[in-house]
Design a protein around this ligand. Structure first.
Ligand code: AMP
Length: 172
């Protein structure tokens, strides 16, 4: 795995609030070779399994998930923050560091038994991914794996997603 990919992640201290070190992935997106490499590595996490839908999490997850879906020949499905999806939705609330948030999924976005790869840019506490998993479980999706570019291991998000398989490309 490329050291260049890791060194392209920019740490932004105290964003969006004091005490947070924000992992800025825009330098990866802006570099054609690195962006392609990140997509190749995320695609490899599917392990050759047939994927019907790649599900991306609002909003940076969309960038990676859509490219992965195209590469795998799969459909793309967005999990969105509340109030953005126009059709019938399922929603679930989850806890943030301060307060609550709600994510939504279209009811017909995934059919029962379809194989799904859930993709986001970064796994922190795992709350967002766990809420997305809950919605996908309700629709009867077969979650092949949860794949993220960056995992903040010290926040133990992976444990919240058990027994699902979690793949990360860069671990901090
Ligand atoms: P969590 O629900 O705590 O796992 O947070 C994951 C979501 O918040 C992801 O969609 C990330 O894009 C974003 N996020 C959380 N912490 C950071 C961070 N330190 N740097 C960049 N994005 C973050």
């Amino acid at each position: 795995m490329s050291a260049a990919l890791r060194s392209a992640v920019r740490d932004v201290v105290d964003f969006p609030k004091p005490g947070i070190i924000f992992k800025d992935i825009t330098p990866i997106l802006a570099d054609g070779k690195l962006f392609r490499e990140s997509i190749s590595l995320l695609c490899a996490t599917a392990g050759g399994a047939k994927i019907d839908k790649v599900v991306g999490i609002d909003a940076r997850g969309f960038i990676f998930a859509a490219a992965v879906a195209d590469r795998l020949g799969a459909g793309f499905v967005p999990v969105r923050k509340k109030g953005k999806l126009p059709w019938k939705t399922r929603q679930t609330a989850y806890t943030l560091e301060y307060g609550e948030s709600i994510v939504e999924l279209h009811e017909d976005a995934v059919k029962p038994g379809e194989s799904v790869l859930l993709v986001d840019d970064l796994l922190a506490t795992g709350g967002t991914a766990a809420a997305s998993v809950k919605l996908l479980d309700e629709l009867g999706a077969n979650i092949v794996a949860i794949s993220v570019l960056i995992e903040l291991e010290f926040l133990a998000g992976r444990a919240r997603l058990a027994p699902h398989t979690v793949h990360s490309i860069l671990i901090y």
